[in-house]
Design a binder for this molecule. Structure first.
Ligand code: CA
Ligand code: CA
Length: 173
């Protein structure tokens, strides 16, 4: 019985080893100088050391309301390998201003203009920072752009406020 169990465990280990050769990971929590890495569009920016971060000292913020238009932050990340990669991007978002809201669009494109995915994510007031996860499968080496955007839903001047922190991209190949 013992020998059979050991043999099965060895087989599973070998199978796992061949399924994924490795993992590439990129992390950015808006620390240091986030404006050199992230682009902020319209009414969006960064909090530095004012106690709003999920981890570290800094985070990003997005705001929209009366006629302010869409607000977003985005970042370019080079990743991939000579073959297929299965990537998962995660960021944490915090709904503010005593109301639930959303990230209206998470948009993933590459430097050649290919659109991989666009998705909507609901946020719930009082839940603190909530994870938003998006999956992207790529072929070869790519520079991916991840954009997090909020759109005005006619909620008045105070509109919608969202904080963002702790972006992670993990690609298995
Ligand atoms: Ca941070
Ligand atoms: Ca909205």
């Amino acid at each position: 019985m013992k020998i059979t169990a050991l043999s099965l465990a060895t087989t599973l280990l070998l199978f796992t080893g061949t399924a994924h050769a490795g993992v590439r990971q990129f992390q950015d929590g808006f620390e240091g100088s986030p404006a050199t890495k992230w682009r902020a569009v319209n009414h969006a920016g960064f909090d530095y050391n004012i106690g709003n971060a999920r981890t570290g000292q800094n985070n990003a913020w997005l705001h929209t309301g009366n006629s302010l238009g869409n607000a977003s932050v985005d970042i370019n990340v080079a990743t991939g390998t000579n073959g297929p990669s299965i990537c998962t991007a995660r960021i944490y978002a915090n709904a503010l201003n005593n109301r639930s809201t959303e990230i209206d669009r998470v948009v993933v494109t590459d430097s050649e203009g290919h659109l991989y995915t666009t998705m909507h994510a609901s946020l719930h007031y009082g839940s603190g920072y909530e994870p938003i996860t998006v999956d992207v499968d790529i072929q070869g080496y790519k520079t991916l752009n991840f954009r997090y955007e909020i759109q005005d839903n006619n909620r008045g001047f105070d509109g919608e406020w969202v904080r963002l922190d702790d972006f992670t991209l993990q690609c298995a190949y």
